[in-house]
Design a binder for this molecule. Structure first.
Ligand code: PCA
Length: 199
C-alpha cells in the first residue's frame, strides 16, 4: 500500500505553509503503508503537472492533498472540487485566473472518494477540531483537488483521493486576528486520516 501525501509551498504574505511543515513530520511508514511526500508549488497548472507526474511514477493507492485555509478554525475535510479557477490573489508565478475552466473535458465537479465523514468522526474522538467542508474555494487548493479527482476519474479508477484543509499554525497569527491550531495537532489529525483510510 502506497500513500502519496502532498503539501503546498508558502503563498501570499506567508513565509511558511503549515501543510508542508506537517507532511515533513509524518513517518515514512504508517500501519505498514509507505508514505510518499510531495511538495507542490502554489501555482495554477504547474501544480497539476507535478502531481500528474507523481501519479504516473508512483502509482499510489491513495492520495491525500493538504493545504492551508487561513481563517478556518478546524481541520476541514473537503467534500467536493469544482471545475473553475477564480483567484483572489495571484499565485506564486503571478497567475490570476478569473472564472477559468480547469479541464474542458472534465465534469463540473468531482467528489472526494475518501471516507470523509469517518475521518472527521475519528479526529473529533481524539479531540482534534474537525469538520466536513463543502467548498475548497476557487484557488490553487480546489485546483489541485479537482486535478487529482479528474485524473482518478479518467485514468486511475481504483485510486482513492481527496483534500484536507488545515488552519494556520500559531506562529502565523501573532500579528493577525485569526484562529490557529498547533502543528502537533495538525500532524495528529493527518495521521488519524491516514489510519482511518487504511482501516
Ligand atoms: N492553500 C491555498 C493554496 C495553497 C494552500 O496551501 C488554497 O486554499 O487554495
Amino acid at each position: 500500500m502506497k500513500i502519496l501525501v502532498t503539501g503546498f509551498e508558502p503563498f501570499g504574505e506567508e513565509v511558511i505553509n503549515p501543510s508542508l511543515e506537517a507532511i515533513k513530520k509524518l513517518d515514512n511508514e504508517i500501519m505498514g503503508a509507505e508514505i510518499i511526500k510531495l511538495k507542490l508549488p502554489t501555482v495554477f497548472g504547474k501544480s497539476i503537472d507535478i502531481l500528474e507526474n507523481a501519479l504516473e511514477k508512483e502509482k499510489p493507492d491513495v492520495v491525500i492533498s493538504i493545504g492551508q485555509a487561513g481563517g478556518r478554525d478546524k481541520i476541514t475535510v473537503e467534500r467536493v472540487a469544482i471545475n473553475i479557477s477564480d483567484a483572489r490573489i495571484p499565485d506564486n508565478k503571478g497567475n490570476k485566473p478569473i472564472d477559468e475552466i480547469i479541464f474542458e473535458d472534465g465534469e463540473n465537479a468531482y467528489f472526494s472518494n475518501l471516507p470523509i465523514k469517518k475521518i472527521v468522526e475519528e479526529m473529533k474522538k481524539e479531540n482534534i477540531p474537525a469538520a466536513i467542508s463543502n467548498t475548497a474555494g476557487t484557488y490553487v487548493c480546489n485546483h489541485i483537488m479537482y486535478g487529482l479527482l479528474y485524473n482518478i476519474d479518467k485514468k486511475y479508477p481504483k485510486m482513492k483521493g481527496g483534500f484536507i484543509h488545515i488552519p494556520y499554525i500559531p506562529e502565523q497569527v501573532i500579528e493577525k486576528n485569526a484562529p490557529s491550531m498547533s502543528l502537533e495537532n495538525i500532524v495528529k489529525g493527518i495521521n488519524i486520516a491516514i489510519e482511518t483510510i487504511l482501516s
